[in-house]
Structures are given as structure tokens and as C-alpha cells.
Design a protein around this ligand. Structure first.
Ligand code: SP5
Ligand code: ZN
Length: 342
């Protein structure tokens, strides 16, 4: 399987994350992509190629223009305002002070465009996010050109990013941008299967009222896990999109038997939908040693999952999302991808 990879991911190298009330070194760090790339090379998964530059059009097909402008200048605006640390949201238009106004002040803008506080915007974040969507788009075009599968080694990840919000380590929704791009290039229907431990709230919200993208997600129950407010089983789409969202929230300590039952149900729905393209939001934070998650998948389980997805024989683009057990992230990711091809 072809891997698309850009060195520019290294430009996303934040120094701070709020975790458990402390400022810590971010879990979503450059070494993650390096370890995966090393494993791809060591196992001979296939060729590794650089992305091409698609510009902003495919981004604006999914994201709000004001949000994109905010991301582009956020860090410079933050520094110009006299701040010394990384840009971070601290005050939100929550239920009791919802408002149609977008503040002029950068602290206000951060609250408007953020959905979580753990994720800072650091110098280079925007450039890395742009390269990450180019990775997803290049992988998608490789599959649209007739190849059975490709892997976009995206970093930063994307599935928490909504049309006009960042958070959960995500800025641009790479999977959504890829799905929309495929539709714009002639695909009739796209399925997005999100296997990251966390619910793909951004992707769900972008396509919630549409029937041309079927979003399915297996994740830690939002009653117990981030992103806390989306991903319940009764969220199944709205309007034209009714029936084209499927959520499989699973409880703490869920093992592969439990997880696979959800996967097989999701696979049945995907096959009935007969999509022209499958986008897999490939988070591997379902792994038993993941430091911020609570599922219990073992290394070999990822290979079984890749086999099940590959057996659908739908043209498939894998887009990297989360996974923070750095020592094993290469093994579990490549276990999944190599089993798809087998
Ligand atoms: C792409 C992705 O995987 N993003 C995940 C973002 C998670 N951010 C918030 C994590 C809060 C974790 N709290 C964990 C408590 C562990 N006991
Ligand atoms: Zn995750």
C-alpha cells in the first residue's frame, strides 16, 4: 500500500497541553509520525511519496472561511497581543452567553473557534495542518485513480475539527476534506469509518444532514470519554442525512470481542450503502497501552480489523488520526494496513 507523508508535520510541535490540570508535553507529538514511518519502511509496506499542494479550495469546501482565516493568523495575532505562551482558549460562548458576535480580540476569537482547551495553537501549526490535508488529498487521488487503497500519514489529526472549530489536537478535518474531494471528483457516495478511540465529532457534524457521506464511528462512550458531548447511539443523522450516521459507543475496558461486534455491524451498513470510496479515520488509541484511552485492543487485533475492512474490497483511503502509545504506534498501525492488503 502506498503511504503519503510530508516532513512538514514536524512544524506542529506544541510545547504545552492541559492535562489533568497540569501543563504537560503534548501527547500529539512529531515522534508519532516518525515511529509510524520507520515501521512502514522496516516492514516494506510499500512506496512512500510526498503530497502535492491542493491549496485552500478543498479546505473551503468543508470549513468556514472565517475559521480558516482565524487559523492562518491566530499565532501571529496572539503574539502581537503580547502573549508569551502558546495560543489557548479560556472563555467560551457556552449556554448562558451564546452570541452571534465573533470577538475582535484574539482571546475572544479563540473561545469562539475552540471546542476544547487541551489544544494550543503554536508557531507552525497552520503550515503543518495545510500539509496534513494535502497528505489526505494525495492519498485519496491515488485511490480515485484506481488503486485499491492508500495511507495518508496525516499529522496533525483531523476528526475532532468541525466546520468552524478546532480542538482534540485537530485543526482541519482531513477525513472530511478527503470525502468531499472524492464527491467533487465524481464519487456518488462516500462512507467514513472512524475507528479512533474518540468519537469523530467534527466529521459527524460536517455531514450530519447529508446522505452522500455515511459516517460511522466506534468509540469510548461520550458519557465517560472525550469529546464528552457527541457520539451517542441515538445520533443517527437529520433531514436528508437521517440514517446516515451510526454511532457505537462502548464502555470502559471494552476488548476486541466487543469492539469487533460493533465493527461487523458497521461493515454490514457500509456494504448496504455501496459507497464508491471508504475513508477510514485510523486512530490507534484503542490500543491497550494507550495513555489517554480505555479500550483493550491488542497488537494482533489491529491486523484482524484491517483484514475485515480489506475484505469489503471497497476502494479505501486510510487517514491517520490519534494513537499515543508511542513505542507501539508503528506496530499497530502497520498491522492494520498490511492486513488490509493481504
Ligand atoms: C485525535 C485524538 O485522538 N484526539 C484526542 C484528544 C483528547 N483530548 C482530551 C484528552 C483528555 C483525556 N483525559 C484522560 C483521562 C485519563 N485518565
Ligand atoms: Zn483519539
Amino acid at each position: 500500500m502506498l503511504t503519503v507523508y510530508s516532513e512538514k508535520h514536524k512544524l506542529r510541535d506544541a510545547k504545552t497541553e492541559i492535562f489533568g490540570g497540569e501543563l504537560v508535553a503534548p501527547f500529539e507529538c512529531p515522534r508519532r509520525a516518525e515511529v509510524i514511518l520507520d515501521r512502514i519502511t522496516a516492514t516494506g509496506l510499500g512506496e512512500v511519496t510526498a503530497p502535492r499542494d491542493y491549496g485552500l479550495d478543498p479546505v473551503l469546501a468543508v470549513h468556514d472561511a472565517g475559521y480558516v482565516g482565524f487559523l492562518e493568523s491566530c499565532y501571529a495575532d496572539w503574539v502581537a497581543d503580547g502573549h508569551k505562551g502558546e495560543a489557548i482558549a479560556m472563555c467560551w460562548p457556552t449556554r448562558s452567553m451564546n452570541s452571534p458576535y465573533i470577538p475582535n480580540n484574539i482571546e475572544g476569537k479563540l473561545g469562539y473557534y475552540a471546542l476544547a482547551a487541551e489544544t494550543t495553537i503554536s508557531d507552525g501549526t497552520w503550515e503543518a495542518a495545510l500539509a496534513s490535508k494535502d497528505v489526505a488529498l494525495t492519498a485519496t487521488d491515488h485511490v480515485l485513480a484506481g488503486n485499491p487503497a492508500a495511507f495518508g500519514l496525516c499529522r496533525p489529526p483531523g476528526h475532532h475539527a468541525a466546520a468552524d472549530q478546532f480542538g482534540g489536537y485537530c485543526f482541519l478535518n482531513n477525513a472530511a476534506i478527503a470525502a468531499q474531494h472524492a464527491l467533487d471528483k465524481g464519487a456518488r457516495r462516500v462512507a467514513v469509518l472512524d475507528v479512533d478511540f474518540h468519537h469523530g465529532n467534527g466529521t459527524q457534524s460536517i455531514f450530519y444532514e447529508r446522505d452522500d457521506v455515511f459516517f460511522l464511528s466506534i468509540h469510548g462512550d461520550p458519557m465517560e470519554a472525550f469529546p464528552h458531548f457527541l457520539g451517542h447511539a441515538d445520533e443517527t443523522g437529520k433531514g436528508r442525512g437521517a440514517g446516515y450516521t451510526a454511532n457505537y459507543p462502548l464502555p470502559p475496558l471494552a476488548d476486541y470481542a466487543r469492539w469487533k461486534a460493533a465493527l461487523l455491524d458497521a461493515i454490514g451498513k457500509i456494504q448496504a450503502y455501496t459507497p464508491d470510496l471508504l475513508v477510514v479515520s485510523l486512530g490507534v488509541d484503542t490500543f491497550e497501552n494507550d495513555p489517554i484511552s480505555f479500550f483493550k485492543l491488542a497488537q494482533d487485533d489491529f491486523a484482524d480489523c484491517g483484514r475485515c475492512i480489506g475484505a469489503m474490497t471497497i476502494p479505501t483511503v486510510y487517514v491517520m488520526e490519534g494513537g499515543y502509545a508511542i513505542e507501539d504506534i508503528g506496530i499497530v498501525t502497520v498491522n492494520m494496513l498490511s492486513a488490509h492488503d493481504a
